[in-house]
Structure formats: C-alpha cells, structure tokens
Design a protein around this ligand. Structure first.
Ligand SMILES: Nc1nc2c(ncn2[C@@H]2O[C@H](COP(=O)(O)OP(=O)(O)OP(=O)(O)O)[C@@H](O)[C@H]2O)c(=O)[nH]1
Length: 771
C-alpha cells in the first residue's frame, strides 16, 4: 500500500508526462501483482467449495496483474498496446469473478431460482450496456470500432459482475461481511472508474498521476483483500431474509431506472450518430423486456407466496380447531374446556358470581356399541351433543371429555335452584328415546355437579368434585344427578381403600364360602345349597357382600373372584361327596362381567375337571339383568355351559324384565322367586297372584321353582300349597361356613329325612331358625 502511495506521489509530482506514466505503471504493476498474490495464497489455504470460489477470483486478479505486466512489457518494447492482449487480460477479470459467484451458488439454488438470478443479471447488464453506449457514443467519433468495444466492455462487464455478486448475495441470503463489501465495492468501483477512464480516453483528456490512476491500484488492493477474506455464510435472521426479498423486488425497478437514464441521455443530447439509434432502441426494449418479465415473475411468486401463507394460516387455524375440538361431535374438547372454565372462574371471582360444572356420563353406553356397533354408538354421541347444544344458553359451554363423557359449564348462575333447573333440562333427555339408524335407543345419563367457589377454586378441583358426584349418581342406580358433597370424598376414598384391600383378599386367604341349603318343601329332603361369598378383611374385619361386591364389579375384580368361587365351591362339594356327605346340587352366582370378560365356559369346565364334581350337580345362577344385555353373547355362552351338562337358574326372578321367549331360548332349568315376593305374598293379594302366576308359568314350562327368603311357617305353607317345589330361607337354615355346613350334612346323612324346620329345630344351635 505504501509502495503504491509512494509511486503515485512521484507520478503526481509529474516531472514529465512520460515519467508520470511510468510511475503510474509501477504502482499499478505493484498493486495488481500484490493483490493477485494475496488472493492466490488465500485460495490455496482454503479447501472445498471455498477454494473453488477463491481460485476463480484469484484467477481474475492474476489476469489483471498479467494484463498490467504485458502492458508494461509492450510499452517498454515501444509498441502501443491498445487495443491488444493486455486489454483482453484486463477484461477477463469480470468473467472470472462471475464464475467465482457461480461457484458460490454451487447446488444451493433450485433451477427456477437460477433462471430468476440469470434474468436479473442479464437485464441489469443490458441496462448498463444501454446506459454506457448512450454515454460513450457521442464521444466515439474519432475511435475505431474495436477501441470502442473494448472501452465499453470494461464498465459493462465490471458492473455486471458486481450485479451478479449482489444478486447471488441476495438470493442466497448470505450474511454481508467486510470482505463482501470489499469485493462488491471493488468491482463496482472499477466499473465506475473505467467508465470515467474510457470517457477521458475517448475525449483524449487522460492524464497520469491523478486520483483516478491511484484508484486503480487502491481498488485492486481492496479486491485482493476482499478475495483473501471471502467466506460465504448464510444468514439465519428472518429480518435479513425480508430485507433481501425487498431488495430483490427492486431489481426490475433498477433495470428500468438505468434504462430510463440512458434514454434520458439520448433525448437530451444531440450528438448521437443516427446509425446507432436503431440498435440502441433494440437494447432498450430488451432491457425493459427483462424488467417486465422479472416483475411479472416476482408478482407470480408473490401470489404463490401469499397463497402458501394463506394455506399455512388456514392449516394453523385447522390445527388449532383440531387441538381444541372433538373430531366426532365438533364440541370443544377438554383442553378448550379447561381454558373456558379457567376464564369463567377468573371473571366469576372478580364479580362474586357462581359457576356450575356438570359432569355427565351416559349410562350403559358400552351396550349400544356392543349390540348395535360402534357407528351407532358414534351417532348416539353426536345426537346427545346436538341436544345439549340446543338446550343451553349461548354463554354456556358444552364439551365432550372423551368416550361417553360430557361436561357443561354454566356461568353466572344465581343459585343452586337455577342449576337444578338446568340439570333437569339436561336430564329430561333421559325421558326421551333417541332414534338412531332405525333403532329406538333409551337415553339415560348420570350427572355430577360441582359449584364454584363452594366446591373448588380451579378447574381440576371442580372436575374432581363433579366426577365424584357423578359416580354417586351412578351408584344410586344411574339416571340421576347429584350435587357434590364433601362427604362423598370420604366415601370415595373408602371405596378405593376397599378396592385396594380386595385386590389382595384372595392371596391373603380372606375370602370364604358360606353355604345355605334349600329343601323340597313337601318331603323336607335337602335339595342343594347356594354358595355365598364372605370376606373377612385383616384390616376391616367382616365386610358385607353388599359393600364389597359392587366394588369388585366396578373394579372388574369380580371376574377373578368369581373364578375362584367356582373352583372352591366345586372342590369343596366334591370333597364332601367323597366323604359320603352327599349334596344333590350346589348353586354358584355369576356376575354379568363374567359373561363379558374372561373365558367363563373354560373356567367352569376346569373347575369341574379339577374337582371331579359331576356337571349336573353344579347350578349357575344368573340374574335377570344379564338377560337384558348383550343377548347374543349370553345365549352363546349359556349354550356352551349347558353343553357341559351344568344347570342354569335365574336368580331374583320377578325383579327384572326377562321375557318368556328369553327364558325358553336360554334353556334354563330353574327359577328362584325373589324374597321380596315371598315376604309380601301373604299380605298383598296382588303379590299372591304374582307368586301363583310365576309358579304356574314355571310348571307349564317344566322349570323347577325355588322360593327365596322363607322366614315363617305360614310362608312355607302358602308356597307348598301353591305347588312351589323348593324353598330356602332362615326358617330352614342361615348360610353356614364350610365346617358348620359339613356338620349339618353329616347329621342329615345319619338321621331320617325330616321336615326341614323340624330338623333344624331338633338341632337348634347348629342350624338356627329365624325367630
Ligand atoms: N361409539 C363410540 N364409543 C366410544 C368412543 N369412545 C369411547 N367409547 C366407548 O364408550 C364406552 C364407555 O363405557 P363406560 O362409560 O365405561 O361404561 P358404560 O357402558 O357407559 O356404563 P356406565 O358408565 O357404568 O353406565 C366404552 O365401551 C368405550 O369403548 C367413541 O368415540 N365412539
């Protein structure tokens, strides 16, 4: 740099014009060679793509240096080097840089972007050519065509190369660095400098040792430094991205501006040769055509971008909707419910208002799925959702929680009475039937209600309370609603403790079987015994079946427990039999869950095989409610059980809705009249008539009949007179643990057959009678 300045200072002092030219040549040669050397070294130090880029740049710098050296040589030899080899070498600077920019792009741009970039550069190049010609032509009178071409090519190629650098920079979103500015400013500066130089040359006003001659050296050094530090790094900043987009959009405008400036020159000046006008016009048209094509392209790209942005926005809105709504019913889902409740609670807290949260679960919805298919279940859910939406105020929210659970939020409620009115509206649906796909479906639901701020202060707390209240409504027989009460939590935690303890009851040996005998009423003969399950928990002591059986059914443990009862009962009765203590039949109760889950038929077969008990001695008791659900599956299972040889009995007959057709199809062997009929049979004439009707019907269908819960001799006499064959109850014997029942069997085996209550009375204490 110092050398360049020193050489220029000497040139500028201009002892003579010739020596000034020599000194200018000296600093040009020094600066060009130095810049080429720096660029070359940097290219060798890099590798990969950077090496390819820097090598092309360095080649351009080397051409510049070689051009200067050959110029020096030719001048020294006394030849006029213009236009000649040196000019060709100078001109190669721009294509080499253009190739360097192309190598920077590599495969980072798709084909369409390449085309856009090429059009940008070509359009700008044409505009610059038009401008340069418009500028130079009036001065070209005394120059040959070749001289004019060379002089024009310098600025046009250099400015086009600079434009290529800028276009690549913008298309690739490369981070602008000092080296970028150095290279681009070097090229653009050379473009401007050579314009001035050529003009001065055309006008024969060139002088050595001027600022202009110095600039050639300084710009070469700037370019050399820029190349040595060139390192394309993509920017990840969205702001810079937007800036690049905006600048690229201005390129067609720049083309138009440069072309217009050229047109302006021509219009204002009057020295343009006539023969140059037609080609210039063609040039203008081409440059403007490029601008128009690019502008159209950009508008199309912009339209596409806007359409894509719209699609993304719509997609986002759709995703948001999906994330917050249930796809089946279109109702808000739990996520949106949480938001709405949280907002409603904040507003209510500020204004001192109440909010009610209803938790709704459809009753026995699973049966709709199981019997009529999932599609009908779905349609029922949609029907319910639509009904809820219709009956609520606009400001209330109804949501589907999932499965057959819904929630409704009522805001700004004045009192519990207002909530009760809303709940009644909801429950009114239970009185209607839903017609889905030609099926008339009963619609019943259980509802739990929690109130803000009384029951909870946030969404989770309120949901938990409403859930607990809903379970209470279910436990109360379903199709009911309950307001939350803190006592419910105590009961819920007791239930979950029971469930937990029950889970270990079998392995801890806490479950026992009791046996209650039943007799032929006329002969007093022992007809069999019903097996009853008892639980004595180590922690809780004896737990009543009314307490633990519902818990076992709720938690599904009844399936495992039922299988255990079957095995134990068969094994026990078979053992007594081997001891000579015959028991004509043993009756075991089954739960609906055993029909639904587990392989009931296999369990029964295993219990019989393992124990050796003859199948005809095993009676399986099912309640009428089993007949009301999943009839196909129940019939199939019942057929398979009958095929094993076991007998089937309907327990608690008269309390449900079993049809005669079902009884016949099931091929049952026995009916057990529910004890509520037995209790009222003597007091209520209508019950008397019912009992007679049941017995007559059973006889007509050739079914055995057992009356349950006989407590008095009068009841027994009435039933015997009605031709009820068998009876069971405290009058004869209470349920007994296995050891007591074994003693009972032993006594009966030893003595003559007695009327059952007589036998019991004779051995009072062992077989207590009801008082
Ligand atoms: N058709 C349909 N069924 C569903 C959907 N999601 C869950 N289910 C079913 O809904 C049933 C919900 O049953 P539960 O509420 O547990 O039992 P339930 O039969 O209603 O009995 P209770 O609630 O005790 O009265 C399950 O069988 C699920 O498989 C769904 O999107 N469509």
């Amino acid at each position: 740099m110092l050398l360049v300045l020193a050489a220029w200072t000497m040139a500028a002092s201009r002892p003579t014009s010739d020596s000034a030219w020599i000194l200018d040549s000296l600093h040009w040669t020094g600066a060009f060679v130095a810049a080429a050397w720096v660029a070359w070294r940097a290219a060798r130090a890099a590798d990969g793509q950077l090496r390819r880029v820097r090598s092309r740049f360095a080649l351009g710098m080397a051409c510049l240096a070689a051009g200067q050296l050959s110029w020096d040589l030719l001048s020294w030899a006394g030849w006029n080097p213009f236009p000649g080899i040196p000019n060709l070498l100078y001109l190669l600077l721009s294509p080499c840089f253009a190739l360097g920019f192309a190598a920077t792009v590599g495969d980072r741009m798709p084909g369409s972007q390449w085309k856009s970039a090429a059009l940008d550069i070509a359009g700008f190049g044409l505009a610059v050519l038009a401008f340069t010609l418009a500028l130079f032509l009036p001065h070209a009178v005394r120059r040959s065509a070749l001289e004019f071409v060379v002089l024009t090519a310098y600025p046009v190629l250099l400015l086009s190369a600079a434009a290529a650098g800028i276009v690549v920079q913008l298309h690739l979103r490369l981070r602008p660095t000092a080296a970028t500015f150095a290279v681009l400013a070097g090229l653009a500066g050379y473009g401007a400098l050579w314009t001035a130089w050529s003009l001065a040359f055309l006008d024969a006003t060139l002088r050595p040792g001027t600022g202009m001659t110095l600039m050639f050296s300084l710009l070469a050094l700037l370019l050399g430094w820029g190349v040595a530090n060139w390192r394309p790094v993509p920017s990840l900043s969205p702001r810079y991205d937007r800036l690049c987009e905006a600048l690229l959009r201005q390129i067609p405008l720049a083309m138009v501006a440069v072309t217009s400036a050229a047109a302006g020159f021509i219009a204002l000046g009057d020295r343009l040769p006539m023969q140059a006008r037609p080609p210039l016009r063609v040039l203008f048209v081409l440059a403007l055509l490029c601008a128009v094509v690019r502008q159209t392209q950009q508008l199309r790209d912009r339209d596409r971008l806007l359409a894509a942005e719209r699609a993304v926005a719509e997609g986002r809105a759709q995703l948001h909707h999906l994330a917050h709504h249930d796809p089946l019913t279109g109702l808000p889902n739990r996520t949106l419910l949480r938001d709405r409740v949280t907002q409603a609670l904040a507003t209510a807290a500020r204004r001192g208002e109440k909010v009610a949260l209803m938790f709704i679960d459809l009753d026995r919805f699973k049966e709709v799925n199981d019997t009529l298919g999932h599609a009908t279940g779905d349609a029922l859910l949609c029907h319910v959702a639509a009904q809820f939406t219709l009956m609520l105020r606009e400001e209330d929210t109804v949501c589907r929680q999932g499965g057959d659970e819904f929630a409704i939020v009522l805001t700004d409620v004045d009192s519990a009475a207002a909530v009760a009115r809303a709940v009644e509206r909801v429950m009114a649906l239970s009185n209607r039937r839903a017609t889905i796909a030609g099926h008339e479906l009963p619609l019943s639901m259980s509802v739990g209600i929690a109130m803000f701020p009384k029951d909870g202060e946030d969404f989770d707390g309120l949901m938990q309370c409403a859930d607990t209240a809903m379970y209470r409504a279910k436990a109360a027989g379903r199709n009911a609603f309950r307001f939350y009460d803190p006592q419910m939590n105590v009961e819920a935690s007791e239930r979950s403790r029971l469930r937990w303890l029950l889970a270990h009851a079998i392995e801890r040996g806490e479950l026992h079987l009791h046996f209650q005998p039943y007799f032929h009423l006329r002969s007093g003969e022992l007809a069999g015994a019903e097996v009853l399950l008892r639980w004595t928990s180590a922690e809780l002591g004896p737990v009543g079946p009314n307490q633990f059986i519902p818990v076992a059914e709720d938690g599904g443990q009844i399936v495992e427990i039922g299988a255990w009862v079957l095995r134990e009962a068969c094994a026990q009765v078979a053992t007594w039999q081997r001891q000579g203590l015959a028991l004509p039949a043993v009756a075991v109760n089954l739960s609906i869950l055993q029909f639904r889950h587990g392989d009931l038929v296999q369990q029964v077969a295993d219990a019989l095989r393992d124990s050796g008990l003859p199948a005809r001695q095993l009676e399986l008791e099912i309640t009428e409610s089993v007949l009301m659900h999943e009839t196909d599956k129940v019939f199939a299972t019942a057929d398979n059980l009958k095929a094993l040889g076991v007998r089937l009995a309907i327990d608690d007959f008269g309390t449900g809705y079993s049809s005669l057709a079902y009884l016949k199809r099931l091929n049952v062997d026995k009916l057990k009249i529910d004890q509520s009929f037995v209790r009222d049979a003597l007091a209520s004439p209508s019950t008397t008539a019912i009992v007679r009707a049941i017995v007559d019907m059973a006889r007509a269908m050739e079914l055995e009949v057992v009356a349950e819960g006989i407590e008095t001799a009068a009841e027994r006499d009435f039933l015997a007179a009605t031709h009820c064959a068998m009876g069971q109850g405290y009058l004869f014997a209470r349920p007994m643990p296995a050891d007591q029942f074994e003693a009972f069997l032993a006594v009966r085996a030893a003595g003559p057959a007695l009327a059952p209550e007589q036998a019991a009375a004779d051995r009072s204490g062992v077989f207590p009678l009801a008082s």
